[in-house]
Design a protein around this ligand. Structure first.
Ligand code: SF4
Ligand code: SF4
Ligand code: SF4
Length: 341
């Protein structure tokens, strides 16, 4: 707890992400003034140009809280994660990319070389006749230019540093961010303890628990999977009961069922609940339990599972859109190569 007239220091950083998590912080509107009243921002690359050397010179643990969004994709992401961990009392994994790898985590279906080859040599929109690919170090007459080296593997923040609190979402909702800011403000002003280490700032229930759509309770059975653009689903009925894959059963609540309320399926951005080890596997099993099951059957056979999977156009992107690096699969590229050897 800081002295009454002393502001705490906080830091916000973006690793491999889209910038949406930083915009979400700006979306809290007037609540940002509550934050400004208690905190000085020492690092926020989207907002101002702090030099990393300035952070390196700060005493260890002199930043009270760091909010790290984005996955760990390159050397710079990892360096700043380690630096902020060293300088901060509390490290918050902010957003799905930091918590589970997020959409950048789908890069784990390939590797650095394939990505660079495609982006710099393989896209018809590129004008790069010599096929030049950026290198981590290049000598020029003026000296050496450096770029952070890209990793083969996309990692979560927790894969490289100890994390105190997790706030999932792509991006986290304004409500969840406000919960976190209030917790920090109460801690600073009144000494109220912060949530315990490892806590997830969201609900422990599944998204289906907060979704208002009506579910078939007994004898659920779907025979065909539809893409969400193929049918106009009934607004009041569960999307799975209408044949649209909605990740609700395998996803943590906390967003207010934003997508199902807009009649769109949940893609799973809040990640799994703590009862679930692997969000994609859990969803597949939930789906298998309602696919082509007759009343006298208790489980689906292998042929039916294959029929189910055949109808899903992009199983990995459907079941692991946000969580591949945190899943039991973790990555698929190595296995693919080994299979060819
Ligand atoms: S969690 Fe979503 S909004 Fe945040 S950086 Fe990742 S992709 Fe962007
Ligand atoms: S599966 Fe989706 S639509 Fe159905 S109840 Fe759960 S969150 Fe709602
Ligand atoms: S409904 Fe699903 S995908 Fe949509 S915001 Fe909520 S958790 Fe994320």
């Amino acid at each position: 707890m800081a002295a009454a007239d002393e502001k705490i220091k906080i830091a916000l950083y973006w690793g491999a992400g889209c910038g949406g998590c930083d915009v979400a912080v700006l979306d809290i509107d007037a609540a940002i003034l509550d934050l400004a009243a208690i905190a000085d921002v020492t690092l926020w690359p989207i907002g101002f140009d702090t030099k990393y050397e300035d952070i390196e010179k700060m005493p260890d643990k002199s930043i009270m809280i760091s909010f790290y969004n984005g996955a760990i994709r390159n050397e710079e992401n990892e360096h700043i994660a380690r630096l902020l961990r060293q300088k901060s009392q509390v490290m918050i994994s902010f957003g799905s990319c930091a918590c589970f790898g997020g959409t950048p985590g789908l890069g784990n279906v390939t590797n650095k070389k394939e990505i660079l080859d495609l982006v710099y040599k393989g896209l018809p929109s590129n004008d790069n006749p010599e096929g030049i690919i950026p290198l981590p170090k290049v000598k020029v007459p003026e000296g050496e230019l450096t770029l952070p080296d890209l990793y083969d593997d996309v990692m979560t923040l927790e894969d490289v540093v100890d994390v105190d609190l997790f706030m999932p979402g792509c991006p986290p909702t304004v409500e969840l961010i406000s919960v976190a800011i209030n917790a920090v403000a109460n801690h600073v002003k009144n000494g109220t303890p912060l949530p315990p280490k490892g806590a997830v700032i969201a609900s422990d229930k599944t998204l289906c628990d907060e979704c208002p759509k009506e579910r078939v309770e007994k004898g659920r059975n779907i025979e065909k999977i539809y893409q969400s653009y193929e049918i106009m689903p009934d607004q009041n009925k569960c999307l799975i009961d209408q044949g649209i894959i909605c990740m609700g059963p395998a996803t943590r609540a906390g967003c207010g069922a934003m997508c199902p309320n807009a009649n769109m399926p949940c893609r799973g951005c809040m990640g799994p609940t703590k009862a679930v080890l692997d969000q994609g596997g859990s969803m597949l099993s939930a789906l298998a339990s309602v696919f082509n099951i007759r009343d006298d059957e208790s489980q689906i056979d292998e042929i039916e599972i294959e029929k189910l999977l055949d109808q899903i156009k992009d199983p990995l992107g459907t079941f692991y859109a946000f969580t591949l690096p945190k899943s039991l699969l973790r990555r698929t590229f190595t296995e693919k190569k080994k299979a060819k050897e």
